[in-house]
Design a protein around this ligand. Sequence first.
Ligand SMILES: Nc1ncnc2c1ncn2[C@@H]1O[C@H](COP(=O)(O)OP(=O)(O)O)[C@@H](O)[C@H]1O
Ligand SMILES: [Mg+2]
Length: 348
Amino acid sequence: MPPKQEELLNILKKINYPGFSRDIVSFGIVKEIIINDSTILVSLLLPKENKKIEAEISEGVNNALKEVPGVSDVQVEIGIREQSQKSQDTASTSKKLPEIKYYIAVASGKGGVGKSTVAINLALAISKKRENVGLMDADIWGPSAPIMMGAVNERPVTTGNQKILPIDKLGLKLMSIGFLVDEEEAVIWRGPMVHGAIKQFIEDVEWEGTDYLVIDLPPGTGDAQLSLAQTVPLSGGVIVTTPQDVALIDVKRGILMFQKLNIPVIGIVENMSYLELPDIDTPIDIFGRGGGKKMAEKFNVPYLGEIPLDPDIRIGGDTGKPIIESKPDSKAAKAFVGIADKVLDFLE
Ligand SMILES: Nc1ncnc2c1ncn2[C@@H]1O[C@H](COP(=O)(O)OP(=O)(O)O)[C@@H](O)[C@H]1O
Ligand SMILES: [Mg+2]
């Protein structure tokens, strides 16, 4: 007796996308399973071309299905979504992705290292040099752009064609997933829920007219990152870390994540690098300075710069006045400008 479709699908549900906790079925890359007596053809659609991932998934599917009683031969066919599917997808759902020139993802291995601070000040620094800059706060579990940008009381409006308009704030187009989803509900979201929220967040917001979109990702390497990479063509990723070893461990995972998703690593930013005190000549390296640079060298990715610990950054974050705006002459603000220059060099 030939095996049943459902039985095979259930087996595929146990195979994770390489490097992620999400299985290949729930992620939607399994397009078709064709059963021809004892021969099975599995047709998959990957978000981007990546020979290593293709080989890994193919092997996983092969090994899992050939054990099934009644199966004598397994063939895996892999297509790439970018070329083959995206145009059809958009046509069929009438959702059109905005034509944004550069998507810049800001990521970190863990929370609390200053990812949002860097994302916001980077976006603002870019907007001093380029037009049409946007900030998209996609941190489902800890959106902080509304507070940090001074926009807690604002609510985005929806246009006639059901698109949500980003808010204009400090010269940026700003949108936070915090405006759209209830944080308390989102706490337990995993896998498909996250994927749906991220996808909708991109498709339903009117980003048209934005050329540089800086995206504040949730910390870590998981479903949200994968979903975003599958939804939009990310131009590159910036990884934020603090200098101490326990934070640096996760930098490697961040780099590997971007590489697995075929997204170029724009570089590493070391935040909270050192503290300068008035009347004292030597800065204090609270978390040990220079770890970010060492990691960049070790993994052969660019190093973008270091940001000092500065109470004005924290105050700026709490009061909705980012340091680039409130203290443009500070060392920290200048460091952000230097980082923005390097990011623009990389992109353009
Ligand atoms: N260089 C810095 N100096 C002082 N405070 C900082 C610095 N970077 C971030 N902070 C503060 O640390 C806290 C965590 O930063 P945040 O950007 O929210 O981190 P993440 O997004 O990684 O969780 C915030 O209160 C922020 O204002
Ligand atoms: Mg944050």
